[in-house]
Design a protein. Structure first.
Length: 195
């Protein structure tokens, strides 16, 4: 369970002037900041999430970026991918943001039972089709969680973009390189200065 000081949310208007950010109503929550002391500032994390989501036409909803230690990512990796050891990033899509599969890298693999972890509890998702999901006026679309192990990640910005692209349905293992090309393009865009 995270302490209140370890949970950060971004509701403020973005500081960048890119059109895709001005339109976006994406709620980004950062959990486990104590595991990533060198993580990008919240405004940069939010901008990266908005850019990645907007590239797939997703402009609103909620997602969480959670930083964890090697032990926790290894537990998730074996539980949901059947692979021993840590990995850099795992994505857990919810509400039809992607497929009901667990998208992860490197090495691929997926779980097809639809069970996804939410704050340490296993819950059935409501995915009906790729890009679909439950549309309710009173509840923001829950895109899912991106879990990152900073100890096993060379570039946290890349891991954030990669994880969010999986949340919105892209998959580099089946798309002939399109997702990774888009990821590289998004990471080349200028970013506002860190504050």
């Amino acid at each position: 369970m995270s302490t209140p000081s370890a949970r950060l949310r971004s509701y403020a208007p973005p500081i960048a002037v890119a059109p895709e950010i001005r339109r976006a109503m994406l709620d980004v929550e950062v959990v486990g900041a104590q595991f990533a002391p060198d993580a990008p500032p919240l405004a940069t994390v939010r901008r990266l999430c908005v850019l990645a989501a907007a590239s797939a036409g997703v402009e609103d909803g909620h997602l969480a970026i959670e930083y964890v230690d090697r032990e926790r990512i290894a537990q998730l990796n074996v539980k949901y991918r059947g692979k021993a050891g840590p990995t850099d990033v795992l994505s857990f899509p919810i509400d039809g943001a992607g497929s009901p599969d667990l998208a992860a890298r490197p090495g691929g693999g997926a779980v097809r039972d639809g069970a996804l972890p939410i704050d340490g509890v296993t819950s059935r998702d409501g995915v009906t089709s790729r890009g679909g999901g439950v549309a309710r006026d009173d509840v923001p679309r829950e895109l899912g969680d991106v879990v990152i192990c900073p100890e096993h990640t060379l570039d946290l910005r890349e891991a954030i973009v990669h994880g969010v692209l999986h949340l919105v349905g892209l998959d580099h293992e089946t798309d002939n390189g399109e997702m990774l090309a888009l990821q590289a393009e998004l990471l080349k865009r200028p970013h506002p200065p860190s504050r």
